[in-house]
Design a protein around this ligand. Structure first.
Ligand code: ADP
Ligand code: MG
Length: 694
């Protein structure tokens, strides 16, 4: 089955083309303006749009509609379906969907995490139509993207703060580029291209692993004889069933107007990646939810299971969501583009200075915003960016930043040319080289015209990370403007600002190997935070610098931030609690009984052999019996300990400091037993079977 992307693209989306065709011209123009500039939506306008939308959706086979929103933390969007059925009149009913239905909904907000902002007795919440994000039909439902807030106006989702940060960076960005002589730009947009990593396993095997079902990751499992050491999986050929699955995913996403472009095998066995073309960050947020949703549902359809967890398997790479991010004016200038002579490009250098200041100041908040419990298994392990935030500038730009920091005068700044790469074979083309090599060890890497924030967890929303990035840049731009606007000699003032700011924040730049032990030591000398667990990073949500930044920009109030901190801590404790209880359950009901059966069989084999032939050598059976019995006893004890510690744990800190180590203590003997016990007795699929028998 092959589909032509140009034919199917956007066919299930109520997009500009559909609006142009189906709305009266005035309404269509009003909609375009609202989508571009925002503004008040009248009920009259909503009524006209709702009518056209309803007719279009019914033609597409929709029977229901839903306001779709992303409650804070919950990774996949929430929806409550209402059918189009109206009150019967004379035994007949009409399809009904009014402007009010389109504009707003009133879901109960107390059943979602709200960090105390909502309770059962004060539960009212609202969803409000987000005109900037198009409605679409999926599985017979008309889906209307919305923002979600409480009766008191506090935002309860990931999108509202992101939208506010988009406005904030636009305002500050326009102010900033004005200083450099751009008098045309009306907006600065933030763009994101999120690369999504995931694992695919057989559904049948998935269903035999309670740990995968309840927690999304394996809590036990001895390493398979083969892992990723041969490096033969990355970009390797796709298995046919996985290729069919991906083709299906692509087709569905194209129909939903999502420009998925790249797909390939990733480093670990059974690991893959999908990436759309970058889009404005709020649209990227919505489409990343859809990508995750479609990956999961399509996998099920194909007899597979998609694991979005950050670390489904110990010992091989985990998954992240590489967040490619840039800022660009609406008249087409990418603020992160160095141009031919970055050493003379004052605006670019000033943007970089602002970025260095912003990342250094808010590094802990960035760390917290990109993370969840699952990501703790990734960050700092020898595969993902370390838990220390630093910026990689690449060769060309790095050289300029170094020179500035070392006080080389502005007109003597170096600028090494990026020479095309001639491979010396006449039949191969000369390749125009990128201005930087790749540094996959850096959490925040310059990649030529954008920064790649590589820390973001694979299963979380990209909302928080981008809200922080947009806001920290808005803050830094505003600070630069406060200092530079009205300067008598602007060029001189700007150069001074760049030198001063880069020198002050030079410690955040690191161009070396982020995986090395030397970097950990060097970072400590520089005083950069190396926070291994998200539990210790979460308080950054309410630190003075965070509250001040979000407050000044109108992105989030202190109350909302407090709530988010609480939600994140509760989420952490909740997830580890489920993991611990799943381990106890698996140990008690699966592993211990299996090992007892195995030990019994070895023991009876020993006595059978002995009675048949008293002088036979049964030392092998005895050794196996001794070792497995000892490990069995260790398992039993570790399980009892874990039960007790989990029962006593209350806070996220308890879960991190006490429960996690107790879980590790239970895992160790079980994984050792897996290498001894006969496969016939082992109660769950092994790592090898999960990763290689897809
Ligand atoms: P990699 O080779 O780093 O894995 P991919 O090609 O898989 O990169 O993905 C890169 C992502 O970066 C894509 O989503 C791409 O659209 C996005 N991207 C490209 N240019 C920009 C830009 N200027 N701003 C934001 N994202 C961008
Ligand atoms: Mg990629």
């Amino acid at each position: 089955m092959s589909v032509n992307v140009a034919e199917v693209f956007g066919q299930d989306v109520f997009n500009e083309a559909v609006m142009k065709e189906r709305l009266p011209e005035v309404t269509y123009k009003q909609m375009l303006k609202l989508m571009e500039d925002g503004g008040e939506i009248t009920l009259e306008l909503a009524d006209i749009v709702a009518k056209a939308m309803k007719e279009w959706a019914i033609e597409k086979g929709a029977t229901h509609y839903t306001h779709i929103f992303q409650p804070y933390i919950v990774s996949i969007g929430a929806e409550k379906h209402d059918s189009f059925a109206d009150i019967p009149q004379g035994g007949k009913i009409e399809n009904s969907f009014s402007g009010k239905d389109l504009l707003m909904g009133e879901p109960d907000a107390s059943s979602f995490p709200s960090g105390g902002l909502r309770a059962t007795c004060s539960a009212r919440g609202y969803t409000a139509w987000d005109v900037g994000s198009p409605a679409y039909v999926k599985d017979g439902i008309l889906c209307i993207p919305t923002a979600f807030c409480s009766y008191t106006g506090d935002s309860l989702d990931t999108k509202t703060p992101l939208l506010k940060s988009v406005d904030a960076v636009s305002k500050a960005g326009v102010r900033f580029v004005r200083m450099f002589g751009n008098d045309k730009a009306k907006k600065v947009r933030s763009y994101v291209g999120p690369e999504q990593e995931y694992f695919i396993v057989s559904r049948e095997k998935y269903l035999e692993r309670p740990d995968l079902i309840y927690t999304g990751r394996t809590l036990f499992g001895a390493p398979a004889p083969k892992g990723q050491e041969m490096e033969d999986q990355y970009f390797g050929p796709l298995k046919t069933n996985v290729a069919d699955f991906m083709a299906d995913v692509d087709e569905q996403l194209w129909k939903l107007g999502i420009t998925v472009k790249t797909q390939h095998n990733e480093v670990a066995p059974a690991q893959h990646e999908i990436a759309p073309i970058f889009a404005p960050s709020d649209a990227a947020l919505d489409s990343n939810y859809l990508v995750m949703d479609v990956l999961k549902s399509t996998a099920t359809k194909h007899g597979l299971a998609c694991l979005l967890h950050e670390k489904p398997f110990a010992g091989v790479n985990g998954s992240g969501k590489h967040n490619n991010w840039s800022l660009g004016t609406d008249d087409g200038v990418n603020l992160f583009k160095p141009g031919k002579e970055p050493n003379k490009n004052l605006q670019f250098l000033c943007v970089l200075a602002c970025l260095m200041e912003a990342v250094k100041k808010h590094s802990l908040l960035l760390r917290a915003a990109a993370s969840n419990a699952g990501n703790d298994h990734r960050l700092g392990a020898n595969e993902a960016p370390p838990a220390i935030i630093s910026i990689y500038m690449g060769d060309q730009v790095g050289e300029i930043v170094d020179a500035i920091v070392n006080g080389v005068p502005f007109d003597e700044l170096p600028c090494s040319k990026v020479e095309p790469l001639d491979l010396g074979v006449s039949t191969l083309p000369v390749i125009p080289k990128d201005p930087t090599d790749r540094n996959r060890t850096s959490p925040f890497a310059f990649t030529g015209n954008r920064f790649e924030f590589r820390m973001v967890a694979s299963s979380v929303s990209i909302g928080d990370a981008n809200t922080v990035m947009n806001s920290m840049m808005a803050e830094a731009f505003n600070k630069a403007c406060d200092e530079l606007e009205g300067a008598e000699d602007f060029e001189k003032a700007a150069i001074d600002y760049i030198y001063k700011t880069m020198k002050e924040n030079k410690d955040i730049v690191f161009n070396g190997n982020g995986y090395s032990e030397e970097w950990v030591e060097e970072a400590a000398r520089r005083g950069l935070p190396n926070v291994k667990s998200v539990v210790d990073a979460i308080p950054a949500y309410v630190s003075d610098s965070t509250v001040e930044m979000f407050g000044k920009l109108g992105v989030m109030t202190e109350r909302e931030l407090e709530a988010r901190k609480e939600i994140k801590l509760d989420e952490y404790a909740g997830l580890i609690n489920i993991e611990a209880r799943t381990m106890i359950d698996m140990a008690a009901k699966l592993y211990i009984p299996a090992v007892i059966s195995f030990v019994n069989r070895v023991a009876s084999s020993m006595s059978t052999v002995k009675s048949a032939c008293p002088s036979a050598d049964t030392s092998a059976q005895e050794a196996i019996l001794m070792e497995s019995s000892a490990l069995l006893a260790e398992t039993q004890k570790a399980m009892e300990d874990l039960k007790k510690i989990t029962d006593e744990a209350e806070t996220a800190k308890d879960y991190h400091e006490k429960v996690l180590p107790a879980m590790e203590k239970l895992r160790t003997p079980v994984d050792k037993l897996e290498t001894i016990v006969d496969r016939e007795f082992w109660p769950v699929p092994t790592y090898g079977e999960l990763m290689f028998e897809v």
